[in-house]
Design a protein around this ligand. Sequence first.
Ligand SMILES: *Cc1c(COP(=O)(O)O)cnc(C)c1O
Length: 498
Amino acid sequence: MKSAAKSELFRRLPSVDELLRTAAVAELAASSGSATVTDAARAVVGRLREEIASGLLDEQSLDVALAGVPGAIEQQLRRMLGYSLCAVINATGVILHTNLGRAPLGAAAIERVRETSAVYSNLEFELETGERGKRDVHVERLFRRLLSDEGAVARAAGLRPFDTLRAGSGGTAEAAVSTRADVSTIVVNNNAAAVLLALNTLAEGGEVIVSRGELVEIGGSFRIPDVMAKSGAILREVGTTNRTRVADYERAINERTRLLLRVHRSNFEITGFTEQASIAELVELARRRGLPLMEDLGSGALVDLQSFGISGEPSVLDSLRSGVDVVTYSGDKLLGGPQAGLISGRRELVSRMRANSLFRALRVDKLTYAALEATLLAYVKHNHDAIPTLRMMRLTKEEIGRRAQAMTGQVKSSKLKVEVIDGDSVIGGGAAPSSVLPTRLLALSCEDLGADELAARLRASDPPIITRVEEGRVLLDLRTVFPEQDGMIAAALHRIAA
Ligand SMILES: *Cc1c(COP(=O)(O)O)cnc(C)c1O
């Protein structure tokens, strides 16, 4: 009896063809294409069928549902044709937030992508000769400048010249100078790919010596031992988690050794009873035993970050200057550019990597070159404020505090309590794990909403606002919010608290 009633209801469901013939749906098909509208209609009718089957719809509620079918199809269509990847407001204070796309690109980078990718470009074409060219040339000249013109970068950041940085590594300075004069850089898809390509080229079938204290896992499942295995190189661990001396490396060297590897401890620190061989000691050992030394820097800053209040984060230039032969680093961490992996180092070693067929598989497209070239040019011109992540790092606590204070004035609500308190921003992206930047935070609590619910409402705003929840309060750090987004946050808070 009940199932008979159900079959009666099923019979009343329109077919997709019938729906497409109705005026409202036909109009949608004309504007959005009949194939997608057919899919949307099928999904809507399918949902009604399920609701009948599970007893959710009776005769009357089915009438209501059927009247709403064109509207439901339109909504379904919006979901299907809407973007999944969308802009969000990062109010977490984590500058390089891997889940939020790491470094936002500067205006010039976006402009170059637009100008060179909507039309044809000379990506691999030599305009002078009319012959086939190499895509690397577009950034190679800039890297060479940035990684050899030591004074320029230092001056721009208002710093001591690099000559005086790394004092104490004097023994290697001379060798390092000749390394730098002949430094070459290639670009691959990300730093994980850079490490893979470098290890495969320099050490396939042989051994690579790494300290146990550096066998790191970076967020997003990048583990040195796994990448090593995929590269075909054999990992030779030395030392202990907290202490590794240069003598440990030396003892492990044998006829199968191809490379010494130093991995930057990007996202953690080991403190207490610790010892790590210095770069100078490793350079000396590598030279003496005729082995290349590679450093996986991870973040790889192109400027000295001490003036930004960030310590313990050696720049790419520092590393090359100390005599490291090959450095690998990300394009979208401290460099502030597009996702990419950079390999900078001694020309003959980098040339071997370029000739490796893996390089072809890991190469990047024209969008990346366009954005990277513009980002590097900003460094060459000393225009650091054009790089959003560097600009955010340089914001002072006072500037951020003023913006936060202004926002409290805009959100007048008896339900929402807004305070401005001291706090810390972090670099993120596996850089400078222990250094934080002092900031001012907006701390929100709401009378009738818990902190998690308030954070969820902010995420549901358009654009979504991503925050931190700590000790029962929602915290917003305007360091990572673009000033033109302040108004959107104020408006969202106003709506939520109304
Ligand atoms: C971030 C990081 C990586 C991975 O870089 P991706 O660009 O994310 O592939 C590798 N090594 C270190 C030390 C890192 O910090």
